[in-house]
Design a protein around this ligand. Structure first.
Ligand code: PLP
Ligand code: COI
Length: 353
């Protein structure tokens, strides 16, 4: 794999850790590759981060031919940098590509492109506790046509953003509203693909929730509006009567890599875990009778995010007195210790760059 590198001649000043937030600051370079049906993927290049020129007729603008991924590079105590399960992201992007009839990007090239780009912008990987370099690979359909069809031309890009915590609350419990009007996805739709359209569809409910003072919405299934699915930018888990329950992957939920990793950690530790349908009535019952002991969201951006309050049909339920639960804290500590290289990675999940 050959990548042509053009370095910026105007490097930016590195940001202060305290100003990071999530996804507002971008590094000096980006990776770009082009695809056409006749040539395949070609022109692998790293160029200075900046605006892109695409046709106003390109299908990404009109028909939502866009898929993306999210992973992080972590600065470890010895000053080196490592990625967390990048091959999982490569595989998931290709499953999303398959769903939207977009081209497959070779998995090994995906990982090598990220590694090369992160190495070049390595100084941007922050080192303060809780900070990391968020990596956002994405692909757009680039056919210059208003016809609706499978993608014959595409562009794949990777941008990098040094980040702090996703929620302004950090590791403090967030309030989540269970959404019973809009739906995010349906089985057979694009829910399990990581495509921009899913997020556009969720904006209205998210905005409503925010105006009421909640961080995000918890989606119910789109067919019966009965079963718990996931939160706007993370999967969700509940500790009910000592067992961890998380919605099973029905096709309308994003198969999160953090979710998968936490399930593997819990199983290794001998903790009971159930991936199953969980109805909102069952959850409301568990909230009312106190058997819901803890609740948390999990995702790359959100890491492990305790849920302190759940609101359903204007009834407010407090989870674990609004405090982070013991298991939630344990999972945060265990996962982040692997990611930041503070404990031995017995799973083989990390990749040094
Ligand atoms: N669900 C949604 C809708 C997401 O956007 C994300 C974030 O990527 C997740 C779940 C968690 O996935 P992962 O753990 O792979 O980041
Ligand atoms: C991630 O956690 O990587 C995500 O993609 C969430 C994003 C929508 C902010």
């Amino acid at each position: 794999m050959e990548i042509k590198i053009t370095r910026t001649d105007a490097p930016k000043a590195l940001p202060e850790s305290s100003t990071l937030g999530f996804g507002k600051i971008f590094t000096d370079h980006m990776f770009v590759a082009d695809y056409s049906k006749s040539e395949g993927w070609h022109d692998y290049r790293i160029i200075p981060y900046g605006n892109m020129s695409v046709s106003p007729a390109c299908t990404a603008f009109h028909y939502g031919t866009e898929i993306f991924e999210g992973l992080k590079a972590y600065r470890t105590a010895d000053g080196s940098v490592q990625l967390f399960r990048p091959l999982e992201n490569a595989r998931r992007m290709n499953r999303s590509a398959d769903r939207l009839c977009m081209p497959q990007f070779p998995e090994e090239d995906f990982v090598e492109a990220i590694t090369t780009l992160v190495k070049l912008d390595e100084a941007w990987v922050p080192s303060d506790p809780g900070t990391s370099l968020y990596i956002r690979p994405f692909m757009i359909g680039n056919d210059e046509t208003l016809g609706v069809h499978a993608v014959d031309h595409a562009t794949f890009v990777i941008i990098l953003s040094p980040v702090g915590s996703y929620y302004k609350e950090g590791l403090n419990p967030v309030s989540i509203m269970i959404e019973d009007q809009d739906v995010r996805a349906v089985r057979g739709g694009t829910g399990e693909a990581k495509c921009g359209g899913n997020y556009a569809a969720s904006n209205r409910a998210g905005d409503r929730a925010e105006k009421k003072g909640y961080s995000q919405v918890l989606w119910l299934d789109g067919v019966e509006r009965k079963y718990i699915e996931e939160v706007g930018a993370m999967n969700v888990m509940f500790k009910i009567n000592g067992t961890v329950v998380t919605p099973k992957l029905t096709g309308s939920i994003l198969p999160g890599i953090t979710r998968k990793s936490i399930i593997e950690i819990l199983k290794k530790e001998g903790y009971p875990v159930e991936e199953r349908l969980l109805s909102v009535e069952e959850l409301a019952g568990a909230m009312a009778d106190g058997s819901l002991e803890e609740a948390w969201g999990c995702g790359t951006a959100a890491v492990v995010s305790p849920i302190g309050e759940l609101v359903y049909k204007d009834q407010v339920y407090t989870v674990n007195e609004g405090k982070i639960g013991e298991l939630t804290q344990h999972l945060y500590d265990t996962l982040t210790a692997i990611q930041w290289g503070k404990s031995e990675d017995t799973f083989g999940w990390t990749l040094k760059i």
